[in-house]
Design a protein around this ligand. Structure first.
Ligand SMILES: NC(=O)c1ccc[n+]([C@@H]2O[C@H](COP(=O)([O-])OP(=O)(O)OC[C@H]3O[C@@H](n4cnc5c(N)ncnc54)[C@H](O)[C@@H]3O)[C@@H](O)[C@H]2O)c1
Ligand SMILES: O=C(O)C(=O)C[C@]1(C(=O)O)C=C[C@@H](O)C=C1
Length: 308
């Protein structure tokens, strides 16, 4: 990228996503100035210690003063409050985006908090089960999709600059309307998390299987669920409450499909089971072929391990 799409990038919320945005800007857009703010004083202190931003400010409005781009990286339920807290520092031309995992609710909150202000939401579909200021790394967005949901009246030059920003951080950009985004992510991200939270809870509640057996024999499929089920409780509470309708619809479909498999097992219908598993195996292979995951048993995660 020859010229940075934004001279000054401010990040509100200095956890996994905020830290990764800042690390990636420092690495891939070194000419851009960075500032940051987090509502938690301990997080701000840690962010200063590890130089997560050029300046870590003591208020949201101070952090965004002079910024061309503000990236809100707080839980989706806190987007409106975070936007209101910074509003007095914004210039009329500062573009505001976010990284929230649901989009219709965030758009509504930001529209209410910043009436008439340019807001173009984003969702980089990239993350881990970690959270906090030490969890971020510069390569998080590399080769991952970032879904941008511009409002109908968005300025085309600002949309292009935002897309260029995410591309400079290594992402591939797709545009969608927020409702479609929320339905797609309900099935590809939100429901899988709900299932992981359920199955890990179910296993640990079993009276005839001890806690130590759950841990000891978790080398197989269960282990992968435990990684997902270790994800941040605040973030995921907010995701389910904000994308309630789409998640409930996908959950209904999932429950019906699970009942079908239950029926096939009860009827000893091996063909139905085999056909279903063959179809899902092909989907996994397709994801690997598209470069969206790694075939290695640790999903290639040992490659980054917080570095970058
Ligand atoms: N974790 C993931 O895998 C992932 C992936 C893509 C998008 N997201 C989205 O990114 C956002 C941040 O998630 P994360 O994983 O970085 O969480 P995180 O817990 O690591 O960081 C969130 C930070 O926001 C701060 N915060 C909360 N309310 C605030 C406020 N009003 N003002 C300022 N700071 C505030 C918290 O103190 C915390 O440090 C969420 O909206 C989430 O849905 C997460
Ligand atoms: O890999 C993980 O740990 C994730 O859960 C990341 C993940 C996902 O579901 O893929 C989680 C939430 C997001 O909004 C985007 C990405």
């Amino acid at each position: 990228m020859s010229a940075a799409p934004f001279r000054h990038v401010a990040v509100i919320g200095l956890g996994l996503l905020g830290g990764s945005v800042l690390r990636a800007v420092q690495q891939y857009l070194p000419d851009s100035v960075t500032t940051g703010y987090d509502a938690d004083a301990g997080v701000r202190a840690r962010a200063r210690e590890i130089a997560l931003a050029g300046t870590v400010a003591d208020s949201a409005s101070e952090a965004v003063t002079g910024a061309d781009l503000v990236v809100l990286c707080v839980p989706v339920g806190a987007m409106g409050a975070a936007a209101k807290a910074m509003a007095s520092g914004l210039s009329p031309q500062t573009l505001v985006t976010d990284v929230g995992s649901s989009k219709a609710s965030v758009m509504a909150q930001l529209g209410e908090a910043l009436p008439g202000h340019p807001v173009i939401p984003s969702h980089p579909v990239a993350g881990t089960e970690q959270s906090g200021p030490d969890a971020g790394f510069a390569t998080l967005f590399r080769n991952r999709w970032c879904i941008v949901t511009p409002p109908e009246d968005a300025d085309a030059a600002q949309v292009a600059a935002l897309n260029a920003f995410w591309e400079a951080l290594g992402a591939r950009v797709e545009t969608m309307d927020p409702e479609h985004h929320d339905r797609v992510l309900a099935v590809t991200s939100h429901l899988p998390h709900l299932i992981a939270y359920t199955i890990v809870g179910t296993a640990s509640d079993l009276e005839e299987v001890t806690q130590s057996e759950v841990i000891k024999y978790s080398a197989g499929g269960f282990r992968d669920f435990t990684r997902i089920a270790a994800s941040d409780p605040t973030m995921w509470r907010d995701v389910f409450l904000s994308n309630r309708e789409a998640v409930l619809e996908m959950l209904q479909r999932f429950t019906e499909d699970l009942t079908e498999l239950q029926k096939a097992i009860r009827k000893r219908d091996g063909d139905a089971l085999f056909d279903h598993f063959a179809r899902t195996r092909a989907i996994r292979r397709g994801i690997i072929e598209m470069g969206q995951d790694d075939a290695r048993p640790d999903f290639g995660r040992s490659d980054h391990n917080g570095s970058g």
